[in-house]
Design a protein around this ligand. Structure first.
Ligand SMILES: *[C@@H]1O[C@H](CO)[C@@H](O)[C@H](O)[C@H]1NC(C)=O
Ligand SMILES: *[C@@H]1O[C@H](CO)[C@@H](O)[C@H](O)[C@H]1NC(C)=O
Ligand SMILES: *[C@@H]1O[C@H](CO)[C@@H](O)[C@H](O)[C@H]1NC(C)=O
Ligand SMILES: [Cu+2]
Length: 191
């Protein structure tokens, strides 16, 4: 018993711990540079509110400019929302939706220095109404009565569905036999 309690506490901690925010270094080891395919870098990644993008680059050669969707598509520098040029730019993804970043140096954007990220809501708390584990998975009644919330049709009741949790794999017939056996045993003990 004493050995099980810490294990249970650890399990509880793991289940209750919220998903940690992630720092994504754009381009990973290739960083924010020419000659990197950022759509390849993006594949398989999901971004959620609270994550950060980290752009690492030489500020003499590149910058990070946040732009709108249309300017991202055309690599336009006419309506830049904000420019960062410190060489180690941390962008806090604190809103849901898409964010668009380009390098505003020369023709670097059209050469591939552009990044669009789609930010989803925080996943640290499960959505309300998510399927909860069955709390009362009682076996079907042993007698021939139809299940309380089964399909209400006039036709003869279909065989009860197999138990989903796999813990109890008995037909009602076997359960009733078991029940009857227990009853006989009890009566025998009392008598
Ligand atoms: C992300 O980077 C920031 C700034 O460098 C740092 O404070 C934070 O601890 C980092 N978070 C993670 C999860 O690495
Ligand atoms: C990046 O790679 C993908 C295939 O992985 C390709 O379809 C796409 O054209 C590439 N983008 C650039 C800018 O080279
Ligand atoms: C989101 O992060 C930016 C910095 O990247 C900050 O200026 C802004 O205040 C933040 N917004 C919210 C709602 O936290
Ligand atoms: Cu550049």
């Amino acid at each position: 018993m004493a050995g099980i309690t810490p294990f249970l506490a650890l399990l509880l901690l793991l289940v209750a711990a919220p998903a940690l925010a992630t720092n994504y270094t754009v381009g990973d080891s290739q960083q924010w540079n020419l000659g990197v395919n950022y759509s390849t870098w993006l594949s398989g990644k999901t971004f959620k509110v609270g994550d950060n993008l980290v752009f690492i680059y030489s500020s003499a050669s590149h910058d990070v400019a946040e732009v709108n969707k249309a300017d991202y598509g055309s690599c336009s520098k006419n309506n830049i929302i904000k420019t960062y040029n410190d060489g180690n730019t941390i962008i806090a993804l604190n809103t849901t939706g898409s964010r668009y970043f380009i390098c505003s140096f020369s023709d670097h954007c059209s050469k591939g220095m552009k990044l669009e990220v789609s930010v989803s809501g925080s996943t640290s708390t499960p959505p309300s109404g998510s399927p909860s584990p069955p709390s009362s998975s009682s076996p079907p009644p042993p007698s021939g009565g139809s299940p309380a919330n089964g399909p209400s049709s006039q036709s003869p009741p279909p065989p009860p569905p197999p138990p989903s949790n796999g813990a109890i794999n008995m037909s009602p017939c076997k359960i009733s036999t078991l029940f009857f056996g227990l009853l006989v045993l009890c009566v025998g003990l009392i008598a």
